[in-house]
Design a protein around this ligand. Structure first.
Ligand code: AMP
Ligand code: TRP
Length: 338
């Protein structure tokens, strides 16, 4: 539990690495927009995380603006939420260094995202890729955030953030950092690939057919859903009846998340029918949700200077919260700078 003295504050981040997917939308963006109604919210474009693997500089700059556009098009109001780029607020890197010295190397080697991304040649991955979770802890704790909405894949990183906060508090005899709670809710916290129901839908999957991108047009969305892998069985009577059918489960979960229904309601409505009947209905639903978002992203991207202006205003607000927290951290640690 976060300590009572910390005001509820929500922080989350997404990497500007292109190809935002339906998984990002259902697992993250849409939930972020919902939370801004009831909470103080900070939403970050984590460009320092993106460079843990090499990025083309011009593409990175463009992906940062595109992600800002996606946040806004998904309903994040840059007046209400604090929307900004990580590299524009120096406190992220400043606090990350301190946490690099608090966290243990062994904790980092245990992270499944590191293992996946580093692959067989871990010795040759960047030091930043290994230290990635300490920067993520800094993102969150720099604002004393108490709640972090994320998809299922980030749970281990939030647990590590809690471990870092606890170790810092213990090592320095303080209760300065809150113990943050992950918020992993809803039926689409893990949207799976359209080609393989055991793999998560990902920006970085080499097959574009495996994912629905926020920028896909209606024809592309319909074609990808039509070609999505399923099995020959019809839909059962209950969601539980989909056990052992990961691709079928995934499509039902996506439908439920988009329609705002429970998976059981969706299965009941299509019970006994073939996936060839279900897929056109799912495609219509996906197009109805995503078309306005991609249209709005297009409008926003037509004025990059305005996006830059909004991000600069967000960074200023974020910095106002972060600066005293960095100063106090440095004081606790005995560092001379403020
Ligand atoms: P990333 O694209 O890895 O920067 O992820 C940004 C956010 O989207 C994180 O909160 C992830 O947990 C969430 N996310 C990414 N892919 C999926 C997915 N396939 N299903 C649900 N959430 C996802
Ligand atoms: N690691 C997250 C991802 O890959 C992105 C991220 C960076 C993040 N900093 C964060 C998410 C802070 C939540 C809070 O999806």
């Amino acid at each position: 539990m976060a300590e009572a003295r910390f005001q509820p504050r929500v922080f989350s981040g997404i990497q500007p690495s292109g190809n935002l997917t339906l998984g990002n939308y259902l697992g993250a963006l849409r939930r972020f927009a919902e939370m801004q109604v009831s909470h103080e919210t900070l939403y970050c474009i984590v460009d320092l995380h993106a460079i843990t693997v090499w990025q083309d500089p011009a593409k990175l700059r463009n992906a940062t603006r595109e992600l800002a556009a996606a946040y806004i098009a998904s309903g994040i109001d840059p007046e209400k939420s604090i929307l900004f780029a990580q590299s524009a607020v120096p406190g992220h890197a400043q606090l990350a260094w301190v946490f690099n010295c608090v966290a243990r190397i062994g904790w980092m080697y245990r992270m499944s995202q590191f293992k996946d991304k580093a692959g067989k040649n871990a010795e040759n991955s960047s030091l930043g890729l290994l230290a990635y979770p300490a920067l993520m802890a800094a993102d969150i704790l720099l604002y004393h955030a108490t709640h972090v909405p994320v998809g299922e894949d980030q749970k281990q990183h939030i647990e590590l953030t809690r471990d870092i906060a606890m170790k810092f508090n213990h090592d320095y005899g303080t209760d300065f950092f809150p113990i943050t709670e992950p918020v992993i809710e809803g039926v689409a916290t893990r949207v799976m690939s359209l080609r393989d129901g055991t793999k998560k839908m990902s920006k970085s999957d080499p097959s574009d057919m495996s994912r629905i991108n926020l920028t896909d047009d209606a024809d592309a969305i319909a074609a990808k859903i039509r070609k999505a892998r399923t099995d020959a069985e019809p839909l059962p009577e209950t969601y539980a009846g989909l056990a052992g059918r990961p691709e079928a489960r995934n499509l039902v979960s996506i439908y439920a998340a988009l329609a705002g229904e429970t998976p059981d309601q969706v299965v009941a409505a299509f019970a006994g029918r073939a996936f060839s009947d279900f897929k056109p209905a799912l495609a219509d639903l996906a197009v109805a949700h995503l078309s306005p978002i991609s249209a709005r992203m297009g409008e926003l991207m037509a004025d990059p200077a305005e996006i830059d202006r909004l991000l600069a205003a967000g960074a200023e607000r974020a910095n106002a919260i972060a600066t005293p927290i960095v100063a106090r951290t440095y004081e606790i640690v005995g560092l001379a700078g403020r």
